[in-house]
Design a protein around this ligand. Sequence first.
Ligand code: SF4
Length: 381
Amino acid sequence: MAHSATAPEGLYIHVPFCFHKCHYCDFYSIVENDADRHKRFAKRMLGEVDALLALAAAPALSPVSIFIGGGTPTFLDCEAWHLLAEGLNSRLDRSRLTEFTIEANPETVEPELLTLLLEVGVTRVSMGAQSFQPALLKALERWHEPASVGRAVRIAREAGIGQVNLDLIFAIPGQDMAALEADLDAALALEPDHISYYGLTFEPNTALTRRMELGQVQPVDEDLAAVMYERILDRLAEAGFEHYEISNWARPGRTCRHNLIYWRNDDWLGIGPGAASHVAGQRWKNAPHLGLYLASQHLPPMREIEAPDPARALGERLMMGLRLREGVARAWLDQALGADDPRRGVLEEAIMAGLIEQTKTHLRLTRRGLLLADAILTRLV
Ligand code: SF4
């Protein structure tokens, strides 16, 4: 890393604290509300930034976008936030910065914090709404009141935050089409700039998956989930949203710069326990363990370090690129994919089956292909 245009485009900051563990969640997060630990965490995180800067012999990080995720960053103690905000100010070169997002749980959004975040430079809040139906939030064991989402969006707007994303989930156990329509109505009424709408997945080692295995919750039927996704496609298009990634929609000009870094396989640096990084073909992940993180010096312990071989790296780039509605450039593909690469056959098969289409310049998923995206994309890695 150097302090130049070659520096990673993205900076991801992982705040691991939550006030409750949602049952579907497989992110590294811990339920802890100890102000001293929050402050120690903020100091340690600045120490990690210093270690990275020393390694790169750079005076400051100069990302194009910053994303503070979690966990629940808005749950971090206010004093810890002040420490982090002040520390980041002196370690950031903002000359390239175009987007600064923070994830928020609606229940933890307060005017004082939003004003501080605006001062730090936050331009975008990603609000974890998931659903507006109490019964569906209960099915997910998600602890917030539906009305808190609107309240939090208002606070963010009043504080002067320019862009608001709503995170939503469909195919929640117990959800029917009427409940989906009600969620879409409620979400659109808040006039977000961006919507991320993911189908629920039952991740291994989560409380929700255990409840499913015990027969306590029934997953939504796959066909119904597909109908729901198609309804989301139609409703958000009617409402003027641009569909730019399988699960993401934006008002014109409001795409998420940071997530595009991941989908375009650009470089980003992650700090905090459990954060992943991707720089110059190398990938690593900090060990997801707050105790080890706090006890460490310089760089924190890492769990995985790898440099994927060129064939795999190409497959991953192809898979991520096809997630985007623009698809992947045919010129790049022709040059990158060897004549006897078996993935050519996979792509041709998908084209014949009407799952992928060729535009003049790109290959992209068709509407039918969107419904079967996982099955297609996993064959390309
Ligand atoms: S608030 Fe987010 S990170 Fe925390 S437990 Fe729930 S889903 Fe996971």
